[in-house]
Design a protein around this ligand. Structure first.
Ligand SMILES: NC(=O)c1ccc[n+]([C@@H]2O[C@H](COP(=O)([O-])OP(=O)(O)OC[C@H]3O[C@@H](n4cnc5c(N)ncnc54)[C@H](OP(=O)(O)O)[C@@H]3O)[C@@H](O)[C@H]2O)c1
Length: 246
């Protein structure tokens, strides 16, 4: 039995465990693969986890270890290195550990869907954490300039108070890379002047639960197009699956 899994500190409601259990069932792979949750109190426990898990093909990494895992790996893909975060590790037959960032694949897919052939020159990225870094990497690949909107002036390029009529008009793509609006706080949304949004605006919320967030709802009420983080979630899981089976 080949072993896969997810490491993190608290893994109560993991999407990945459910996703892979259903996938293995659907594709008659339950005899061959197993995906388990491994709650590690500290990142140093990853050594013991790897040593004591036979036939470990690889694992996903979640909060708070996406950055902390890096010193425990032998190599990183250029994009994982650039972003500074790893959410997927592959264990090679010789024991070497390779770090990947598959969030970028989900971001690419979602932007393809949202933007299509339209030309987008600049974007606002809400939040300055790990997901924001991955978003900025993909925007950079496409030559889309971006302004990071942060709660404080030291972490981003501008703050929410700077979102003037001109700034909103100049940035038709707005990406929420903050956890605001995520279940259970579904009545919250990023602090934007929503009345300034137009049918030209495109909103991408990395939050995937609920599937339609208040950010998306308020944008759509202005005629904007909006997508959630659900496609991204599926895409990053499928990318990890391909990496483990390469
Ligand atoms: N769909 C997917 O596959 C997928 C993949 C990865 C992440 N995500 C989602 O993306 C979101 C961000 O993930 P992350 O790992 O980057 O999270 P994070 O590090 O906890 O937060 C990202 C940033 O959001 C801002 N922020 C945090 N709390 C806030 C609040 N109460 N109000 C306003 N801004 C706040 C902060 O930036 P400032 O301090 O600069 O304001 C923070 O650095 C989460 O909801 C996560 O579930 C989705």
């Amino acid at each position: 039995m080949k072993q896969l899994g997810l490491i993190g500190r608290t893994l109560g409601h993991s999407f990945s465990a459910k996703y892979f259990a259903e996938k293995f069932e659907r594709e008659s792979l339950t005899e061959e693969f197993s995906y388990k949750l491994y709650e590690l109190p500290a990142i140093e426990d990853v050594e013991e986890f790897i040593a004591s898990t036979p036939n470990l093909l690889g694992f996903n990494v979640t909060i708070p270890y996406k950055q902390q895992i890096i010193p425990f790996l032998d190599d990183l893909t250029p994009e994982a290195r650039n972003i500074g975060a790893v959410n997927c590790v592959k264990i090679l037959p010789d024991g070497r550990r390779l770090g990947y960032n598959t969030d970028v694949d989900g971001i690419r897919l979602t932007l393809d869907k949202l933007i299509g052939e339209d030309s987008v020159k600049s974007a606002l990225v809400l939040g300055s954490g790990g997901a924001s870094q991955a978003v900025r990497y993909v925007l950079g690949e496409r030559g889309i300039e971006c302004l990071v909107v942060s709660r404080n002036s030291t972490s981003g390029d501008i703050t929410y108070d700077d979102l003037s009529t001109d700034v909103i008009a100049a940035n038709e793509l707005i990406i929420n890379a903050s956890p605001v609006g995520m279940y259970p706080r579904v009545e919250e949304c990023p602090n934007l002047p929503y009345h300034l949004l137009t049918p030209k605006h495109k909103l991408f919320d990395l939050v995937y639960n609920p599937q339609v967030t208040l950010f998306m709802e308020r944008g759509m009420a202005q005629g904007a197009q909006a997508v959630s983080g659900l496609d991204m979630l599926y895409a990053q899981a499928e990318s990890a699956w391909r990496i483990w089976n390469q």
